[in-house]
Design a protein. Structure first.
Length: 249
């Protein structure tokens, strides 16, 4: 009996010691935490782990750059926001992640024009024929961004991202109306390409980097990627929340 009592007493002392070490901060090796501050504020390892897990869950790992550098990305982000600005109807291109969509597309086969015939001879085509040159889309963007910055500095002594919204609109308008003198690319074609990809980023599946939280679809009451409509096809019109490809996993 005496041996059993001794064992129970030792176990209680160990539990008490572990609790003291945890609350005092000695267990994490912090002198400041283990001092007065540590004795007042108990250290809860479970809470710290939960906070870290929550932060990781809120991260969107799809929002990372694959082609643009930081300066190029900010320029495109500002330009697409002026093409599709935030208003009372909902978020703009920046909040919807359109610049990430464009970046990801340019990093892949679309940016290399992998499915287009890109061999010479190259002739000047009609406007209705679209782009007829040797440069691929990612090269057009890189040149276009540089020329937007040059044009902004020449006319406003500032970079494009530093301009007011009105001045940004004017720069984009000058590109769209071919008022910018560029020898390597057509400023109008660059603007049209950027405008087209902006709309794609707003209304494509979030899988591709844009249309964050399906807010682009929600503004249009678009149902997204539904497997079928058999349960509502009969009867009156019914609004349904949108589905993404992720929802079918």
């Amino acid at each position: 009996m005496s041996e059993e009592k001794n064992n129970n007493q030792v176990e209680k002392e160990n539990l008490s010691r572990r609790k003291f070490l945890r609350n005092s901060g000695i267990a994490v090796g912090g002198l400041a935490v283990g001092g007065v501050l540590g004795s007042v504020i108990p250290w809860n390892a479970d809470t710290a782990e939960n906070n870290q897990q929550q932060q990781e869950e809120t991260k969107n790992f799809n929002q990372a750059l694959m082609y643009f550098n930081q300066a190029e990305f900010r320029t495109i982000e500002a330009a697409t926001e002026r093409i599709f600005p935030q208003d009372d109807n909902g978020p703009g291109a920046r909040e919807l992640g359109v610049a990430y969509y464009i970046d990801h597309q340019l990093a892949g086969a679309y940016g290399f024009n992998a499915r287009d015939y890109m061999q010479p001879p190259f002739f000047h085509g009609e406007k209705e024929q679209g782009y007829q040159g040797r440069l691929n889309r990612r090269e057009i963007y890189r040149i276009g961004i540089r020329e937007m910055q040059n044009y902004s500095h020449q006319n406003y002594d500032k970079g494009f991202t530093e301009l007011s919204e009105e001045d940004q609109d004017q720069v984009l308008t000058d590109f769209a109306e071919e008022k910018v003198n560029i020898t390597t690319i057509s400023p109008g074609n660059f603007f049209q390409l950027m405008r087209s990809m902006t709309l794609e980023g707003i209304y494509s599946d979030p899988l591709y980097g844009g249309n964050k939280d399906m807010d682009g679809w929600k503004m249009r009451d678009y149902p997204g990627n539904q497997m079928n409509y058999t349960d509502i096809i009969e009867g009156e019109f019914k609004e349904i929340p949108p589905n993404s490809l992720r929802d079918h996993m």
